[in-house]
Design a protein around this ligand. Structure first.
Ligand code: ZN
Length: 403
């Protein structure tokens, strides 16, 4: 097992992962998970895009490392508690990864900044993008080591103190520059790919025969797919039994009884998922729902020729044209912040003008005004471009049914 006791050596591993991500054609970001003595437990890179197709909008390096940890523990691998472990990442964590890291309890060492989506986007290490109770926690967990030099990449240390096993406590200017440049060199192209084919007119999957490849794939993931339909973007009481069934399942699986549904642009129910919280504390219903939908599209597309790919994209459109419906709205906790961030990673850009209420919830967990303020404090990508703004469903009968 590799051991690294210098921050520089750990960042160099993360940078090599970031380069591997770039060659895969996805966002150039990587990370490494170290135990309390500096042993390398695992390294991973971004996996949002594979083979030129969107694989999973939540497959960031840090989020995958957190899930890897819980999956290993579930298999019986003896691993120390997260508070003893450190994730070293080439790029400042986005809101999803920050929520996941704080919810799970890991420490973080960050190389390059991300002025658009990073949790420390303003470089102040005061974490005002987080809900108040989480700001102090991030201050104790997120370290930004010094980068010595005179270029734009140089910086003074800020944030938390890295774990004491690190002997070398700074990042070289060249490695810091590599972490920044490899991400910048991929960002625009991956964003373009995420929205490729978005302009084609959508087709209604409810019009397809039951043996069509799209319908069969949907129902393998969710047997009740296409059995409920509402007016576009206006979920009504008819959605309640589907949410309730997933909420019950979520409770049985160790969750708090939440659920997340995805309706398409026509109002068809595509998926309604519970979480998988018994396997990992970050597999919340929204995470499961957005991942299942992306992977469903990926599997169909990867197996299709170009004309069929085009057809699949039109029957299973980008989720920004549909509606995500959470049974329980976000609160000020780390798991909800992860959900808001993962929602941002799923949208990745501005919402269509004709779909301002893409993100809806049934039962509020905090007053709407407070939730809006929380979203307005998020880093620029989320507050200015995506404009993350969950709103309560309009249908009172649905609210009454979920209680
Ligand atoms: Zn992330």
């Amino acid at each position: 097992m590799n051991k690294t006791i210098d921050i520089q050596a750990a960042v160099a591993i993360a940078a090599a992962e970031a380069m591997a991500a770039k060659t895969q054609g996805t966002f150039g970001v990587g990370g490494v998970l170290l135990d309390g003595a500096g042993n390398v437990l695992q390294s991973m890179h971004n996996n949002v895009v594979r083979q030129g197709l969107v694989f999973d909008p939540t497959a960031h390096g840090e989020r995958q490392l957190v899930d890897w940890y819980f999956a290993e523990r579930a298999k019986g691998t003896p691993l120390p508690p997260p508070c003893e472990l450190t994730i070293v990442t080439s790029l400042d964590p986005c809101c999803m990864c920050t929520g996941a890291i704080l919810e799970a309890g890991f420490n973080v060492v960050v190389a390059a900044p991300d002025a658009k989506a990073g949790i420390n986007y303003d470089g102040a290490a005061s974490f005002t993008a987080l809900p108040q109770p989480l700001q102090q926690l991030a201050g104790k967990r997120f370290a930004y080591p010094s980068v010595r030099g005179a270029s734009e990449y140089a910086r003074l240390p800020s944030g938390a103190t890295p774990k004491s096993f690190f002997i070398g406590k700074s990042i070289s200017e060249a490695t810091q520059a590599l972490c920044s440049l490899v991400f910048e060199s991929t960002s625009a192209e991956v964003m373009r790919l995420l929205h490729a084919g978005d302009d084609a007119a959508l087709l209604d999957p409810a019009s397809l025969p039951l043996d069509h490849v799209v319908v069969r794939a949907l129902r393998r993931r969710y047997p009740d797919a296409l059995t409920y339909r509402c007016a576009p973007h206006a979920p009504d009481a008819g959605l309640a039994p589907f949410l309730q069934a997933a909420m019950e399942q979520d409770k049985r699986d160790g969750g708090q009884g939440d659920a997340a549904a995805l309706l398409d642009a026509f109002g068809n129910l595509l998926l309604c998922m519970p979480g998988q919280l018994a396997s990992s504390v970050i597999r919340t219903p929204f995470m499961e729902c957005t991942r299942q939908y992306a992977q469903l599209r990926y599997e169909l597309m990867a197996a299709a020729d170009a004309p069929l790919q085009d057809e699949i994209k039109r029957y299973l459109g980008h989720p920004k044209h549909g509606t995500f419906v959470l049974a329980i709205g976000p609160d000020a906790g780390a798991a909800s912040f992860m959900t808001l961030g993962a929602y941002g990673s799923t949208m990745e850009g501005a919402l269509p003008e004709n779909n301002p209420a893409q993100f809806q919830y049934v039962r509020p967990a905090m007053p709407q005004a407070e939730l809006q303020a929380l979203c307005r404090a998020m880093p620029p990508l989320y507050r200015n471009i995506i404009q993350v703004r969950p709103t309560q469903v309009a249908d009172r009968a649905l609210v009454a049914a979920i209680g």
